[in-house]
Design a protein around this ligand. Structure first.
Ligand code: PGA
Length: 260
């Protein structure tokens, strides 16, 4: 696992956008797995700016969703489908045909989960999966004690996650209890995992995920199993890392052509 400590969220966004741009120049039709929440927004802003300036051609990029609330009415502005279309797909000038996600309004949720896992594989697999981390260590909506081998399935949110996400809704009770999330096993099939964490509130979860033991109780620790996982953190999110100086030295000495 590589840990890159950046000065702030904007620098993290720029670094990851550069990585996505480099991927798209090698593989214009790459499948990009995107995350929701506040943390990845600087990535999407930096990537949209690169696309607008002509620094990268995103016209053949494909976008896929990591997770989704269950039971929000179709078109609800906080469904992750709506969020990804608003924050990622449209700003990049892409159409809905470039986008795929699980159907959180399906009558048969189990079938919708299995169908999404299949669709990701049929699409050739995810080339780069962007991840956030919950204060409880979740990735996607894989809450603590999720199976490290799990596939896309329904999960129940913890009280903490519902509280963390209440800011997006008119009232805390409106945050759905259930979600569909790519499983940890599904996420681990992406070719490159890039987790971005910013702010002091994520420091403990980052330290446990990066330097703690591999454990289902810290779902993000599953990144330790992946051959190409990059954790990008700002100084505040890095503040619990014992090996921070080693990570700084390693990145400072890294040949630039290697990228992340
Ligand atoms: P956040 O969410 O970026 O809004 O903190 C991260 C997550 O829950 O994965």
């Amino acid at each position: 696992m590589e840990v890159v400590i950046v000065p702030d969220a904007v620098a993290g966004g720029e670094l990851i956008a550069e990585t996505i741009a480099a991927l798209l120049s090698r593989k214009p039709g790459a499948l990009l797995g995107v995350a929701t929440g506040s943390t990845p927004l600087p990535v999407y802003e930096a990537l949209a700016a690169k696309a607008a300036s002509g620094a990268v051609d995103v016209s053949r990029a494909r976008i896929c969703q990591l997770d989704e609330y269950v039971g929000l009415p179709a078109g609800h502005p906080e469904s992750y489908r709506s969020v990804v279309l608003r924050e990622v797909v449209r700003p990049l000038g892409l159409g809905e045909d470039a986008f795929m996600g699980p159907d959180g309004a399906a009558g048969d949720i189990a079938a919708a989960c299995a169908e999404y896992d299949r669709a990701l594989a049929e699409a050739g697999g995810v080339d780069l999966q962007l991840l956030g981390i919950g204060t409880d260590g979740h990735i996607g909506f894989n809450e603590p004690c999720s199976s490290l081998a799990s596939r896309t399935r329904i999960k129940t949110l913890t009280r903490q996650t519902r509280q963390d996400n209440a800011r997006f809704f008119d009232s805390p009770e409106e945050v759905p209890h259930h979600v569909i999330t790519q499983g940890i096993g599904t996420i681990l099939e992406a070719r490159h995992l890039v987790l971005l964490a910013t702010g002091e509130a994520k420091a403990e979860a980052v330290a446990l995920a990066v330097e703690g033991p591999l454990a289902a109780v810290v779902p993000a620790s599953a990144l330790q199993l992946h051959p190409h996982a990059t954790v990008v953190v700002d100084e505040a999110a890095a503040s619990g890392l014992k090996l921070a100086d080693y990570f700084r030295d390693t990145y400072a000495a890294k040949p630039q052509w290697q990228g992340i």
